[in-house]
Every structure is written in C-alpha cells, then in structure tokens.
Design a binder for this molecule. Sequence first.
Ligand code: PEP
Ligand code: MG
Length: 325
Amino acid sequence: LAAKLETFRDLPSDTKDGVHVTMLGNIELPSEVKQCLDRGAEGIGLYRTEFLFLTREVQPDEEDHYQAYHEVLQATGGAPVVMRTLDLGADKIPNFPLPDDERNPFLGLRSTRLALKHVDMFRTQLRAMLRASVEGPMRIMFPLITNLIELRRAKMVLSDAMEDLDEEGIPFSRDIQVGMMVEVPSAVVMMDHFVEEVDFFSIGTNDLIQYALAVDRSNKDVASLYTGSDPSILRLIKMAIDTANQHDRPISMCGQMCGNPIYTMVLLGLGLRTFSVVPAAIPEIKRVCRSVTIPQCEELAARALSLESARDVRTALRDEIIRIL
Ligand code: PEP
Ligand code: MG
C-alpha cells in the first residue's frame, strides 16, 4: 500500500469536486523537510523548534538557532514554512532546570508562558528566526496562547527583537506573518478577539483535546478518554474555523487528528482546507481528500455535530470512510 500511495505525490490534494486542499508537513528536525517534500507536501505547516533544546547538553545560542532555520529554509527551496517558537515544558523537557515542584506540568510553566519567563532565551530564538526570514517565505507562530495579554507580550518580545536588529543594521523581513496555535479552549472562545491580533491560526488538537476533555495526553490510564471523536471537540474546531473564516484569517490544523484518515472527511466538512501532518500520513490523507466531495463531507459533519457521544461519532466516521473508499 505504501508504495502505491507514493503515486499520490505529484497529484494535488483537491477534492473530487475540485475544492483545493493544501497539504503541509510537520517536522521536528531540519532533515525531515525532504521526507515531506518527497511525499508531496506544499510546505511546512509546523516546525517544532524545540529539538535544539532536547538533543544537547548546553542551551543553543543564536547561531545554533540560525543554522537550523537556515537549513530548513534551504531544504524547502521556496516553499512556505511555519516556524513555531519554543514549546518546552510538560511533555518536552529541556536541558535547563524547570520548576521541579509542579504538580500539574501541563497546567504549569510550559510553552509560551515559559518563554516569557525566560525572555532572553525567547529573544535569542526570535532574533535567529528574523535573521533567517530574508532567506525564504517563513512565518512565526506562538504556541499555547491562552489569553490576549499573553499573545501581546509575545508579540512585544518579537518587536523588541526587530528593533534591536534594526539598530544593528541586520536585515529581516519586515512583513513577516505572525500567527498563533489554537490549542487551549479559552483561545477558541476568544477567537473573535484573536482575529484582530494575528495573521493566521493553526489548531493544535493534541493539546486542545487534553484541555477540553481534562485528559492528560500522555497518561495511559485515561488514554481511552482522549479522543478527537468527542462531539465537544468537533464543536470547538467548528467554532475556531468559522470565526477565522468570517474574518478572512487563514486557519490550518497541525495536531495529529488531521493526520488520521478517519477524521479527514469531517474536518473538510467543518471547513478545514489546510492540513499539516507528519510526512508518513501525507499520501493517505491526500487519497481521502481526492475521493470525496465537499457536500458529502458537510453532510457527515452536520450529522457528527449532532451526535451525543464519542462512540457514536467514531462509528459514523468509520462507516462513512468505509463506504467512500
Ligand atoms: C498540538 O498540541 O496539537 C500540537 C501540534 O503541538 P504539540 O503536539 O507539539 O504540543
Ligand atoms: Mg501543543
């Protein structure tokens, strides 16, 4: 099957009725860009930049960051790249001390909160991203944004970094697009405000599911409760997509949910048009997109939204994908 799926590489992901779907890849290492492009990704929708902190003994300096970003932009050769700023803490333990007395690390000092606490480290990363921004089409995305003040603080650190580079005469792209992850329920609820503050959004279902359902994404004891099939998750995704669309703000999804073919139709039906998935999932998701029409997907989404349990949703989605493929 894998070999056959490779034949999808050069075919678009458009639906049977000709609606364009953009397929992007998720990477953690610069070397993974090639795997995405080889499978037909149009760009990188999520570059998790944490690896520099997870794979070495000492903290990366600006040059280490810059080299990694430069390598990614060289490898993509002009395809767009969304670089996500540091998302450390909780499941991603860095090479510097975190508070060790946190009882709930997923609710603690993680991600953008941690970056704002270690602002020098954050600024170092942003400087490197800005320096790289002249080398190819790239965007900057802040993870785990919970409220507007936090987003504004992150954007402030970015503008400080821009001012510093200006003073030093170092070039960067002035109109770089800035976006945020939608992965906390509060961000979904406040989308109508966030649309005024960012250029684009990406839905992170890995965290959105755990925060909406109060289920630790890494705890095996509650793994059966952790599911994107819960109707509440579909409703949150719909709210986010609808609000972004009403305000003409691009919105994609980069959580694992959109790399699982069982969800492709319902996500298309909810209005998602940009998928960012691990390279291995690209051909399969493309195949589903190419096999369905938007009205079919919309009908399924409407039905799924009205169901009362994750089990019912899962059954409906599975039956439909079996029927279609
Ligand atoms: C997510 O939460 O869906 C996401 C893409 O981010 P990460 O898995 O890196 O937390
Ligand atoms: Mg996340």
